[in-house]
Ligand binder design. Structure first.
Ligand SMILES: C[S@@+](CC[C@H](N)C(=O)[O-])C[C@H]1O[C@@H](n2cnc3c(N)ncnc32)[C@H](O)[C@@H]1O
Length: 235
């Protein structure tokens, strides 16, 4: 294997896997996402080629991975959270597979499996929520989420990439039948020392988020599980 698609975890540098850190420490080329903790990028060996992903568009990133992979370099593509959860890891894996470059996916701790919990919100809880639906607040084709289906889904809703559209998300769910007093939370920079959390009923969520001036990355969690945060003493 020459190219490793490694999940770096949600922000806390301690949440990379042992295998991911081991590969990072012996990489020759590291292509890293903007959301990856700088402490992790600093773990690359001296002399490794470090490439910031946000200076390149996706086809260029794919090409870089293929080129360095074909050259036989040990390449770590360090990605926020898990590579296969809203991370375009599948697209990069396809580009490598099509070019005949051997690769391995080293999964990581996704925001879905860590950020609500870091805010004291279990996404499932017996008797409260038996189902979790995750969606993007920003589809790549600009389409709105499927509000009718989402509003009627039982259990917990989690939106990735929803901060900039939190008002539209709340309005869409309300218009599709969710009650105005449904509890919601927005968790900014979850798992890091800059983590901030705002909770509010759906009808007041956008104004509460604006008042607080929350910054990306943030996760939006909707449902009765949000009340557990207070009961767990983390409010
Ligand atoms: C492009 S997606 C990448 C998701 C990543 N692959 C994962 O598994 O978590 C970026 C979105 O993930 C969410 N996210 C990632 N890290 C986060 C964090 N530390 N706190 C809150 N949300 C986070 C935000 O919704 C952000 O807009």
């Amino acid at each position: 294997v020459t190219v490793y698609l490694v999940g770096a975890g949600p922000g806390d540098p301690g949440l990379i896997t042992v295998r991911g850190l081991d590969l990072l420490r012996r990489a020759e080329v590291v292509v890293y996402d903007r959301l990856v903790a700088e402490e992790l990028v600093a773990e690359a060996p001296e002399g490794a080629l470090l490439v910031a992903r946000d200076r390149h568009d996706q086809p260029e990133v794919n090409r870089l991975l293929v080129e360095h992979g074909l050259a036989g370099k040990e390449v770590v593509r360090l990605k926020g959270g898990d590579p296969f959860v809203f991370g375009r890891g599948g697209e990069e894996a396809l580009a490598l597979a099509e070019a005949g470059v051997p690769f391995e996916v080293v999964h990581g701790v996704s925001a879905i499996g860590s950020v609500p919990g870091a805010a004291g919100i279990p996404v499932t809880h017996r008797g409260v929520s038996q189902q979790v639906t995750i969606a993007t607040g920003q589809a790549c084709d600009g389409a709105s989420p499927e509000f009718a289906a989402l509003a009627n889904a039982p259990g917990t809703l989690v939106f990735f990439m929803g901060l900039a559209r939190v008002g539209r998300l709340a309005d869409g769910l309300l218009a599709a039948g969710r009650s105005a007093d449904t509890l919601a939370a927005v968790i900014s920079k979850g798992t890091t020392h800059e983590q901030r959390v705002v909770t509010a009923p759906l009808s007041e969520l956008a104004s509460a988020v604006e008042r607080a001036g929350l910054e990306a990355p943030a996760l939006v969690v909707v449902g009765d599980v949000v009340a557990l945060r207070e009961r767990l003493g983390l409010d």
